[in-house]
Design a protein around this ligand. Structure first.
Ligand SMILES: [Zn+2]
Ligand SMILES: [Zn+2]
Length: 440
């Protein structure tokens, strides 16, 4: 080791001892009262956006009006939104006046093929074609609130951009509920495939969901797996057509399909360690035949598989395939299983969760931030969170006086968002973003 001269030695010591003084200002969490005031300033606008978008819902990949509203407002804030990503997605980066980290905030934009009951003055009366069927269209999952909250957060952050450290990418994502054509990628995957995190790679991505299972004012989170992976599986059983009165002349695919369906439930109950991680295997469709006295050639079962662990997912799929093929083989039929993953499990990064939890507690009050149980619905936010560390949380949306355990859940036509959730969501996301950007 070379000997250091006194000045060099002093400099070397200073590197060890003085470095924090040269670094960015000491990390400080944003004052929650100030954050609450910022959220309150955009409250009326956020409510107005949410009502406007609620009244004009659009299905996945058709969020044209919603995307236009978003892009126009982002331009008013002085941002330069990129549009048309993954068909209708919008992305914009807010650059703070000081150096700092890069983060992303994601909001999904699409509505569901659900008919909204009359009642709200801004209820949707929109209809559309969904996979060949005429349907009503409703923001029954609350993505209208997500867009409004993200625009509110963008507005509040833009108002303080000179003093803001770092950069924030706002990601407005289409088709979270799925594309118009079955089998095509969902919105998040398509946005990533189109390079949305290629030039601007955030060090953390944040997302939220309004949630009927929590009362307004409450926030739910979970470290590690939180929402399930969702696979769409399709099983084709091939038999041999014959007269319904003479089954021995053919091979009955309906009976074989029924055996496979029941065996698939035994498989979960008897072969999978559900004490370690939950698994749900559901058939939602069972199609076969055209007439009462004809045993058809084929039967098709279509369903969903929900898991929280990639290895368990692989194992269940392998066991389902083996069960289907062997039962079909025993009857002289054949079975072919296809599985498409619509969304991986949403897993909150453990270190990021530890860092962000105090921000949620500052925003909502520690006693109102609850650890969530595992939830078997899925979210393609997971695609972003599998690319960079992610954190996702629930914002309670059930009105006071209603038991959240009994409130109609997201996707129900009776799903009813208490608009108080808009301010809580804005405040929470704003606190999370500001604390992270300021290094807290
Ligand atoms: Zn949904
Ligand atoms: Zn949703």
């Amino acid at each position: 080791m070379p000997r250091l001269r006194p000045r060099a030695l002093a400099a070397a010591l200073c590197i060890l001892t003085c470095a924090p003084a040269f670094a960015a200002e000491p990390a400080a969490a944003a004052d929650p009262t100030a954050v609450a005031a910022q959220a309150a300033r955009v409250r009326e606008q956020v409510v107005a956006w949410r009502r406007d978008i609620h009244q004009h819902p659009e299905l996945g990949q058709h969020e044209v009006r919603t995307a236009k509203l978003i892009a126009e407002h982002l331009r008013k804030l002085g941002l330069q939104p990129r549009t048309g990503i993954a068909h209708t997605g919008v992305v914009a980066v807010l650059k703070g006046g000081r150096p700092g980290p890069r983060i992303a905030i994601r909001a999904d934009m699409d509505a569901l093929p659900v008919t909204e009951p009359a009642g709200l003055p801004f209820a949707s009366r929109v209809t559309a074609d969904y996979r060949g069927q005429p349907v009503g269209v409703m923001h029954a999952c609350g993505h209208d609130a997500h867009v409004a909250i993200a625009l509110g957060v963008a507005t509040a952050l833009a108002a303080q951009r000179e003093t803001l450290p770092g950069e924030v990418m706002f990601v407005f994502q289409p088709a979270e509920e799925g594309p118009p054509v079955a089998g095509e990628p969902f919105g998040a995957k398509l946005m990533l495939d189109q390079g949305v995190f290629a030039q601007f790679k955030p060090e953390a991505v944040f997302g939220l969901h309004v949630w009927a299972g929590l009362g307004v004012g409450e926030i739910g989170y979970r470290s590690g797996p939180m929402l399930a992976s969702a696979d769409e599986w399709s099983l084709l059983v091939r038999g041999k057509q014959t007269h319904g009165s003479r089954p021995w002349d053919g091979v009955d695919p309906i009976t074989v399909g029924a055996q496979i369906l029941l065996a698939s439930q035994s498989l979960i109950a008897r072969q999978i360690n559900i004490a370690a991680t939950p698994v749900v295997l559901t058939a939602g469709q069972f199609h076969s035949g055209v007439r009462f006295n004809i045993i058809p050639d084929e039967a098709r079962l279509v369903g969903t598989l929900r898991t929280f662990d990639p290895a368990v997912r692989e194992d269940v799929i392998a066991r389902l395939r083996r069960t289907a093929e062997d039962l079909a083989h025993a009857a002289g039929a054949s079975a072919e299983l296809q599985v498409v993953n619509n969304a991986p499990a949403t897993v909150n990064d453990a270190a990021l969760t530890r860092r962000v939890l105090p921000s949620l507690q500052r925003a909502a009050g520690a006693e109102r931030v609850r650890e969530s149980a595992l939830v078997t619905v899925a979210e393609d936010f997971s695609q972003f969170a599998n690319t960079v560390p992610g954190f996702y949380f629930f914002v309670g949306s059930t009105a006071p006086g209603i038991d959240p355990a009994k409130a109609p859940i997201n996707h129900s036509p009776q799903f009813m968002l208490d608009e108080g959730a808009l301010e809580v969501g804005t405040r929470a996301m704003l606190q999370v973003a500001l604390d992270y950007l300021h290094g807290a």
